[in-house]
Design a protein around this ligand. Structure first.
Ligand code: PRP
Length: 213
């Protein structure tokens, strides 16, 4: 049995056509069902829908054979025990810092709100800037509005969410897209069904299989 861990939301929507192209169809509509584990038309393949931050854990622990997850999450949790096989080129966006439009310079240590605390820690350390990181779980854009933070580190796609909240993008941190990841140990066992499926994705995307991070 192959278990594929998918990230719910936009990544799931954009992954389903790739699965379809590989001949894998869930037995129910994954976008509307409340179910979290789905059988498919293939007896040996099941799909599970998770929060992006949990996908690496399932794959690292070998419970899921594959994961489809944003590079933002991979940057946050680190590459241990995971191989990035393919850049799926979907759910593209950028990780950026952002802050209030026309903000005055910060006096003292800058406070940065984010759910990407590791990414932020590394980024500001590279900039040799001392900051206080405030961990949040969503709606980061609220933090500068209410005075919880001076800056945020978040995903920016169209920029509409920043704009609607009086914020503007500042520094680019990384380009993001969704990746197909596999457990490092499983990859080395030359599991045939697993490699066939990965190959099918690669062919659809006109890419060669990776295996480096
Ligand atoms: C993400 C991100 C921003 C928004 C950016 O949130 O956190 O809020 O999208 O998109 P935009 O630049 O096109 O406005 P998402 O809705 O994915 O939910 P999240 O809060 O769970 O990250």
């Amino acid at each position: 049995m192959l278990t594929i861990a998918l990230t719910k939301g936009r990544i799931l929507d954009e992954t389903l056509p790739l699965l379809e192209g590989a001949g894998i169809r869930p037995e129910e509509d994954m976008r509307t069902s409340r179910r979290l584990v789905f059988a498919t038309n293939r007896d040996n393949v099941r799909l599970v829908v998770l929060r992006g931050s949990d996908v690496p854990t399932y794959v690292k622990r070998g419970v899921a054979d594959f994961g489809v997850v944003g590079k933002d999450m991979l940057l946050e949790v680190g590459p241990d025990d995971l191989y990035e096989l393919l850049d799926l080129g979907i759910a593209k966006c950028r990780l950026m810092t952002a802050g209030p439009v026309d903000a005055d310079p910060v006096v003292g240590k800058k406070r940065v709100a984010t759910k990407f605390t590791e990414v932020a820690r590394r980024f500001y350390a590279e900039q040799r800037e001392q900051v206080e990181i405030v961990k949040l779980y969503g709606a980061m854009e609220v933090a500068p509005l209410l005075g919880l933070a001076d800056e945020i580190v978040d995903i920016v796609d169209t920029g509409n969410t920043l704009k609607a909240n009086g914020l503007e993008p500042r520094q680019w941190i990384a380009d993001i897209s969704s990746r197909l990841v596999v457990n490092r140990a499983a990859f080395k066992t030359e599991n045939q069904p697993l490699m066939q499926l990965a190959q099918s994705f690669a062919e659809q995307l006109g890419q060669n299989l990776g295996g480096e991070n």
